[in-house]
Design a binder for this molecule. Structure first.
Ligand SMILES: [Zn+2]
Length: 129
């Protein structure tokens, strides 16, 4: 256990996100080796279209549009270690463990093969359509 708490920014980015996923995020932070920040949750269609235009997303069917997804990044000495995959993987272990404990089915974008998305977590479509 650690003493990390979600920042105001993280909490406001959880607004409109499915409550089961919010619970997982809270529990994961307690289990996590690294502090982390929720950089995005619920997303507007306009923003999704922007991200596609910028090549940062591949779909208009994003789980962010319905509040079924969050983007989470580790914080190491106050910075986001974009080059350090192991820190993202560490956060994913905390998220998966928390999801397991709470019996919530999630997918991590880092496990995707075609477009590996380290910050991305979403509720399984099979369980949460
Ligand atoms: Zn995402």
């Amino acid at each position: 256990m650690n003493t990390y708490t979600l920042s105001q920014r993280s909490l406001s980015n959880l607004n409109g996100v499915h409550q089961d996923l919010v619970q997982v995020v809270h529990q994961a932070l307690a289990l996590s080796e690294y502090d982390f920040v929720v950089i995005e949750g619920l997303r507007s269609l306009a923003r999704q279209k922007e991200l596609m235009k910028e090549g940062k997303s591949k779909t208009l069917n994003s789980r962010h549009l319905t509040g079924h997804a969050v983007d989470i990044v580790p914080l190491v000495n106050g910075a986001i270690p974009w080059q350090d995959w192991s820190a993202f993987e560490s956060v994913s272990k905390a998220m998966k463990k928390a999801a397991y404990q709470l019996n919530v089915s999630i997918n991590w974008g880092g496990d995707w093969i075609s477009f590996r998305d380290g910050p991305h977590y979403e509720l399984c479509r099979e369980v949460y359509p």
